[in-house]
Ligand binder design. Sequence first.
Ligand SMILES: O=C(O)c1cc(=O)[nH]c(=O)n1[C@@H]1O[C@H](COP(=O)(O)O)[C@@H](O)[C@H]1O
Length: 233
Amino acid sequence: MSTDSPLIIALDFPSLDAALCLADRLDPSRCRLKVGKELFTRSGPDVLEALHGRGFEVFLDLKFHDIPNTVAGAVQAAAEQGVWMVNVHAGGGRRMMEAARERLERHALATQLIAVTVLTSMEAADLAEVGVSVSPAEQVERLARLAQDSGMHGVVCSAQESARLRELCGEAFLKVTPGIRPSFAEAGDQRRILSPAQAMAAGSTHLVVGRPVTQAEDPMAALAAIETELADA
Ligand SMILES: O=C(O)c1cc(=O)[nH]c(=O)n1[C@@H]1O[C@H](COP(=O)(O)O)[C@@H](O)[C@H]1O
């Protein structure tokens, strides 16, 4: 089932059972689901089959970062399992991203391919420690431009950078933004955060929301509260 909703719920769970328990409380016409490293490492492709079988579109968030041939093969493997979206790290460079895009095209695979810029948990001091002396915003701009030049459909960035990337890369270039905190949620380990309504106003095309929904007593009510915040904006 395809949905118009910008919401992607991050299924960050340690087991297939726990993930499906949450998925069964959500509605594929109102959100997509994201499968990340912990869940995929534990469950393998079974989780993709189970979620597709329930009608969800799936973002496989494994943030591939390796030599071009290895990443191209991994992206092809993800796309052949029917995922809606897959990601790589823009820091892997132009040749890596181009190889991934070419591989999808060669096999006529329609999966959305996006690149992570600077993780939303990172701030200037974290970048400085890994030898990047510019601000997170500047580094995001640089990597987003490179990602677009390398044929990516969009990027993962903080919603705080969406407005600038809309100017720089256009409306159609996807801006998938984690670090979303509705009014009822805590920041936790995220650093560069915005509310759902602020993120959409800034030009985010998709909002990744994890704990505010998955840890809620009533996840569907939390999702509905986010929809209300978006509708009232
Ligand atoms: O690629 C991602 O999805 C991602 C990139 C990023 O920069 N920051 C980030 O938080 N994420 C993911 O987005 C989700 C955010 O979850 P919450 O912080 O619980 O809302 C997690 O699954 C992260 O792995």
